[in-house]
Ligand binder design. Structure first.
Ligand code: NAD
Ligand code: WQD
Length: 343
């Protein structure tokens, strides 16, 4: 091992994991990526290598497979893990809850127990703004009470946060940070990595880019009768490269031994609410195109509005979202064009 520290990135071939691997390498870390490619392609690891000019250690591993995971712990000397590996489709989790509890919780418990067993201290967990549900006060701070989960997916995030908190409390030498991501969007400016949903996208921005590419006929705006300025829902859309950099800041904090408590939570968002209509008109403007869209009924389960209070991440992690919505929506379209071979 060189003087640089090594970070294990589970789910590192995925959307957020691949962008985070790039930023970790840019910051001087070595990364080891493991992924079972259930929702990604190994091309994204190639993209990470192309962007950074560094060869990346990558193994196809299912984090639910304890024996296989042990081989990774035996082979590599990392002291931190960022655990992205999970299923993330809210609707699918309602139809197939066991699939979600099995994958998201077993894989996380495997990671935490091996980190403890091997004396590897630092665990960074991908949590989600979904834990806040329909919050009473906005913006939400990390101390805003979590609402009962409305989907098995959301429940896996709440349970995993609790597992991490309890393990950090009980076991000396186990440190945890949960990052609660708001709505990650956009792609790397190189257009070498980005989000590649399988099938019909559930999330707004991939649906928009696929509509712009002619793959989807028309975007449905789910509800324009909410109690918001233009009637459409408000969200906090965070650029994926900014989000990736928040992971680097969190790993820096853990590896430098700067944590004040051995379990910490940070909201990772911009702090700015953006409506569905604002997002889609901004997309049209910056990319100079017209999107076919229509207003439809509300989507069941959607909260009217949620956005982050980000001062804890700003002050404690020294991290702040930097990209404008315009830049991010340009990068999302550049990535879609690259994938679809559109000039
Ligand atoms: P993604 O599906 O692109 O990435 C997840 C990766 O994990 C995929 O490459 C998948 O193949 C892999 N994976 C899944 N189960 C695995 C297993 N058992 N073993 C090994 N690899 C496995 O999703 P993403 O958007 O990059 O999300 C990353 C993490 O962030 C997830 O935990 C997700 O729940 C969380 N998150 C995502 C969002 C979002 O909107 N994208 C928001 C909040 C939190
Ligand atoms: C954003 C807004 C929709 C699609 C989800 C998960 C959450 C987290 C992030 C993982 C909403 C509207 C959407 C469309 C639309 N993921 N919309 N037409 O629902 O805020 O959060 O992803 O942790 O857990 O629930 O994101 O991108 O689906 O929707 O009008 O075709 O866009 O109603 O207001 P959401 P989203």
């Amino acid at each position: 091992m060189s003087g640089k520290r090594t970070v294990l990135v589970s789910g590192g071939a995925g959307y957020i994991g691949s962008h985070t691997a790039v930023e970790l390498i840019n910051a001087g870390y070595n990364v080891v990526i493991i992924d079972n490619l259930s929702n990604s392609e190994s091309d994204s690891v190639t993209g990470v290598e192309q962007i950074t000019g560094k060869k990346v250690d990558f193994e196809v591993v299912d984090t639910c497979n304890t024996e296989r995971l042990k081989q990774v712990f035996d082979r590599y000397e990392f002291d931190s893990v960022i655990h992205f590996a999970a299923y993330k489709a809210v609707g699918e989790s309602m139809a197939e809850p066991l699939k979600y509890y099995q994958n998201n919780l077993v894989s996380f418990m495997n990671i935490v127990s091996l980190m403890k067993e091997y004396g590897r201290p630092n665990i960074l967990f991908s949590s989600s703004a979904t834990v806040y549900g329909d919050a009473e006060h906005l913006p939400v701070t990390e101390d805003t009470p979590r609402q009962p989960a409305t989907s098995p997916y959301g429940n896996t995030k709440q349970i995993a946060e609790d597992i991490l908190r309890d393990c950090c409390r009980a076991y000396a030498g186990v440190n945890g940070i949960a990052l609660r991501y708001f709505n990650p969007i956009g792609a790397h400016p190189s257009a070498l990595i980005g989000e590649l949903p399988r099938g019909v996208p559930n999330n707004l921005v991939p649906f928009i880019t696929q509509t712009a590419a002619g793959i989807r006929e028309c975007l449905s705006v789910f509800g324009n009768d909410y109690d918001t300025p233009d009637g459409t829902c408000l969200r906090d859309y965070i650029d994926v490269v900014d989000l990736a950099k928040a992971h680097v800041a969190a790993v820096d904090r853990m590896t430098a031994g700067k944590m004040e408590e051995n379990y910490e939570i940070f909201n990772i968002g911009t702090g700015r609410p953006v409506s569905v209509l604002e997002l889609l008109t901004t997309f049209e403007k910056v990319n100079d195109l017209k999107l076919p869209y229509r207003m439809t009924d509300r989507r069941p389960g959607d909260v009217p509005a949620v956005w982050a209070e980000t001062s804890r991440a700003n002050e404690v992690l020294g991290w702040k979202a930097e990209k404008t919505l315009e830049e991010t929506l340009r990068s999302a379209w550049e990535w879609e064009k690259k994938v679809r071979n559109i000039k």
